[in-house]
Structure formats: structure tokens, C-alpha cells
Design a protein around this ligand. Structure first.
Ligand SMILES: Cc1ncc(COP(=O)(O)O)c(C=O)c1O
Length: 313
């Protein structure tokens, strides 16, 4: 057991063991089965809790940080909220470098967990490669000033944090997974899950996804888009292209529409990247046909997006 003994860990062990839900109403006839790994039940409502527990507990275990130290990350808010939650449990300080381009609820959540949140201004709320570069360089300045860098884009502990998600999918599906698809930010969740599936002897086709409005991975040219958490404007560090059968794009308008349908028709209240993932999973289930099984990830909870345009005002 690698969880360090820093008092009550009950809340941290509540991370993971999420349901795998079969989608019914939004999947047309003639398709294979589509299953959604519903990660909204994690303590902060996001699968990022898995990486935060892995990164911070392992760092404490190695002696890289100790209670009272300050951790920094640049983040759209989901990772930051998870790091803020786990840091608060472990007695670490946390500084998030973020932007007003991301959901206000995420910024508020980080502050609620006691994080210091530094905001870089965006142009009209758009997530652009330039904005990501700016928040990154601000975070690096804080590292120079003595903060410990959680490194969501490079730490091997990120992948290790997501492996149990793959192991859970293997167990919950009985090992019958033909395809797994998901949008990639760092690529950690998808590739970590694939690692966990493979360790359990399951080798599905892997399809990575990005917003059609920012087709950097498929065409080399990124752009502004509104699907928070993915399409970060550079090659996802954990994305193993050699392991991917394909990378495909999904239109963000369809993704948002699917999000609303998931809530109203399936009772699954999720964020925009979940809508994007489900659009692609349905496409793949149609292509692979009846009898096939496609699994996708539901990274977070729709509650975080109530103030934005996704669910109306
Ligand atoms: C809502 C949401 N979806 C998807 C992702 C992508 O996950 P990963 O960075 O593991 O590729 C993120 C990452 O921040 C996210 O916040």
C-alpha cells in the first residue's frame, strides 16, 4: 500500500471505484454497446482526483514534499481542484496558476479548498496556445521561487494514478472491450487506463480525441475551442501515438448537445469533454457494429459548468 500515513486517509481512499454505465437512449439502433466510465462520483467530481492522490501521496512518500510545503501547478481548474483537495487533506499548500477562460466554478472550488489562485487574463474567454504558454511560464516562475511542481504534464505518477481506472474497467466489463476512446489533454487518463487494461490482459483498440475546432493532433494546427480540459495546444505528453489505432476530431457543438442529452435522457450530468467522448464512442460503436463494446470516459460532473453556456443560464 503506497498511501502514506498522514492521519485520516478515508477520504483519499474514496477516490476511484466509479461505476461503468451502459448508455441506452443516446445510442442509435445498429450500434455496438457504449459504456461510460462515470468519474463524476469522485470527491471533487472529476477523474483528476486519481492523479492528485497518486502525485501528492507518492511525493510525500519519497520525501519530495512535506506538510507545510507549497505545491504549484498550471491548470484549467479540474486538476487544480483535485490537487487543492488532496493538498488540503495532506496539509500541503497549493498555488494554482489558471485563467478566466476556465469555468468560474472551478476557480472558486480551488479557492474553497484553500488554494491560492493566480489568474492570467484570456482574450474573450478563449483557450488558446498562447494563454496556456503564459500560465505555464508563470507557474515556472513560482517553481524558481521554491514551490514544488506537481507536473501534471510530465510526472510518471500521473499515469500510475489512472491505471486503477483501467483495472476497474477490465473487471466491470468482464474484459470484453473492443475499443476505448477519450479526449486528451495530457493524455494521462486515456493512456493510464490503457495501461491498467493491458495489465489485466485486455488490449482494446485505442482512439484519442480532440475538438474539431482545434485539430492540432490530426492536422498540426490548433485553435480556440471551448471543450475544457482537452485540446491544450501542444502534443499531449502522455499520448503514445504508436498505441493508438487512430486520432479523430469531434465537433464541439455536437459535444455540447450530447452533454445536454446525457443529462436529460440518460440522467448523467457531465462536463463538455464527456459529451465529446460519447459522440466519438457512438460513432465507433456504429463502425464496429452490433456485438462490439466501446468504452469511453466521463471525466467530470456537469455541476461545474452551470454558469457557462453549456446548460443555459
Ligand atoms: C474535464 C476534462 N476532461 C478531459 C481532460 C483530459 O484528461 P487528460 O489530461 O488526462 O488527458 C481533462 C484534463 O484536465 C479535463 O479537465
Amino acid at each position: 500500500m503506497w498511501l502514506v500515513d498522514v492521519g485520516d486517509q478515508l477520504l483519499l481512499t474514496a477516490v476511484g471505484r466509479t461505476p461503468l454505465v451502459r448508455l441506452e437512449k443516446v445510442v442509435p439502433e445498429g450500434c455496438g454497446a457504449v459504456w461510460l466510465k462515470l468519474e463524476s462520483g469522485n470527491p471533487t467530481g472529476s477523474y483528476k482526483d486519481r492523479m492528485a492522490v497518486s502525485v501528492l501521496c507518492r511525493a510525500i512518500e519519497r520525501g519530495d514534499v512535506a506538510p507545510g510545503d507549497r505545491v504549484v501547478e498550471y491548470t484549467g481548474g479540474s486538476t487544480g481542484t483535485s490537487l487543492a483537495f488532496v493538498a488540503a487533506r495532506l496539509g500541503l499548500g497549493f498555488v494554482a496558476v489558471s485563467s478566466d477562460a476556465f469555468a468560474k466554478e472551478k476557480l472558486q472550488s480551488m479557492r474553497a479548498y484553500g488554494a491560492e489562485v493566480i489568474i492570467e487574463a484570456s482574450e474573450d474567454g478563449a483557450i488558446t496556445p498562447d494563454l496556456i504558454a503564459r500560465i505555464r511560464s508563470r507557474a515556472m516562475e513560482l517553481v524558481d521561487e521554491g514551490c514544488w511542481y506537481a507536473d501534471q504534464f510530465g510526472s510518471p505518477d500521473v499515469l500510475l494514478g489512472y491505471e486503477p481506472m483501467g483495472a476497474e474497467i477490465a473487471e466491470q466489463s468482464g474484459g470484453a472491450v473492443d475499443v476505448i476512446c477519450a479526449g486528451v489533454g495530457t493524455g494521462g487518463a486515456l493512456m493510464g487506463a490503457v495501461g491498467g487494461l493491458e495489465a489485466a490482459g485486455v488490449r482494446p483498440a485505442v482512439v484519442a480525441l480532440e475538438p474539431a475546432q482545434s485539430p492540432l493532433l490530426t492536422t498540426g494546427v490548433g485553435g480556440p475551442h471551448q471543450v475544457e480540459g482537452i485540446g491544450v495546444g501542444f502534443e499531449p505528453p502522455f499520448l503514445d501515438r504508436a498505441r493508438c489505432a487512430e486520432i479523430r476530431t469531434v465537433d464541439q457543438v455536437r459535444a455540447m448537445d450530447m452533454c445536454r442529452r446525457l443529462a436529460a435522457e440518460e440522467g448523467l450530468f457531465c462536463g463538455s469533454s464527456t459529451g465529446l467522448n460519447v459522440c466519438a464512442a457512438i460513432e465507433l460503436a456504429r463502425e464496429y457494429g452490433p456485438g462490439s463494446t466501446v468504452v469511453t470516459l466521463g471525466p467530470d460532473n456537469g455541476l461545474k459548468y452551470l454558469a457557462g453556456g453549456l446548460f443555459g443560464r
